[in-house]
Design a protein around this ligand. Structure first.
Ligand SMILES: Nc1ncnc2c1ncn2[C@@H]1O[C@H](COP(=O)(O)OP(=O)(O)OP(=O)(O)O)[C@@H](O)[C@H]1O
Length: 123
């Protein structure tokens, strides 16, 4: 078969099944994802308790979705690097550390935005 032949597109339910299986894999393997999911529940409950506005609640959901999505991409990059090499390599380190930095940056910015949302609701 030629490399240029069109790929068969999966049916939507198959794609969902694969995505859910990827999430379950990451959830079972990644402690960070447990912490992030727990933090997400705490943040949502707290936001409802202090009666943040609907728009602020939507922003909270976007931030949570961003952090969790980036953690999943980080997990994918870690596994891909491990598949390519189990040896110590500066490029493997660079790839993993950069992916981790993406999660770190988004989490930091999310925490700052959430602080403003809380202050706005409480003051
Ligand atoms: N093949 C490698 N070569 C060089 N350094 C590596 C390699 N694999 C991992 N490292 C270094 O060790 C760190 C931890 O890698 P590991 O694969 O254990 O991720 P992890 O501890 O599961 O990370 P996270 O906490 O983000 O899930 C990496 O961020 C990187 O600095």
């Amino acid at each position: 078969m030629s490399n240029h032949s069109p790929r068969r597109h999966k049916h939507l339910p198959e794609s969902f099944k694969d995505a859910i299986s990827g999430f379950v894999f990451a959830f079972l393997q990644e402690r960070n994802l447990h912490i992030q999911m727990f933090a997400a529940v705490v943040v949502i409950v707290f936001s409802l308790m202090i009666h943040v506005s609907l728009v602020e609640l939507m922003i909270v959901f976007i931030l949570i979705g961003g952090v969790i999505s980036l953690e999943l991409v980080n997990t994918a990059i870690e596994r891909l690097v491990d598949l390519v090499t189990q040896e110590e390599h500066p490029m493997a380190k660079a790839a993993k550390d950069t992916a981790a930095a993406a999660v770190w940056w988004f989490s930091l910015i999310s925490a700052i935005i959430y602080l403003f949302i809380v202050l706005d609701s409480l003051i």
